[in-house]
Design a protein. Structure first.
Length: 126
């Protein structure tokens, strides 16, 4: 039985593909064809995000994914703050028939540690 959020995430991670931030940086540098999806909350995305990412929050991704992604075989890389919410979302999308879904382990925090390119919204700076 799964009792905690972390246990639930650990179970999801057994059923999905994951990649590292370094993998995503390489894919971007090589102009690989994929969609980078930020599943964080609206306020997190509005403050700052990985450059070029699409926002479909974890709370609505199952409902709205079809509005943004029509090809169920398209390569999708999901990220969140640390790789947990994206793992849960990746598992959900797989159950919905999306065949090439990857969760970026380490998420936004690791991306920032490695100095990946970001976009910011000036209204969030004090």
């Amino acid at each position: 039985m799964v009792n905690t959020f972390h246990e639930l995430c650990a179970e999801s991670k057994k059923n999905i593909k994951e990649c590292t931030v370094e993998d995503v940086l390489k894919m971007l540098n090589e102009n690989e064809d994929f969609v980078l999806i930020d599943v964080r909350e609206d306020n997190e995305f509005k403050k700052a995000r990985i450059k070029g990412s699409k926002h479909i929050g974890r709370g609505i991704i199952e409902r709205d994914i079809h509005l943004h992604i029509h090809n169920h075989d398209k390569k999708l890389v999901l990220y969140c703050g640390g790789g947990f919410r994206s793992a849960l979302a990746a598992e959900s999308l797989q159950k919905m028939g999306y065949t090439n879904v990857i969760s970026m382990d380490g998420g936004w925090r690791r991306w920032n540690q490695l100095g990946g390119e970001i976009e910011t919204s000036p209204e969030y700076f004090e």
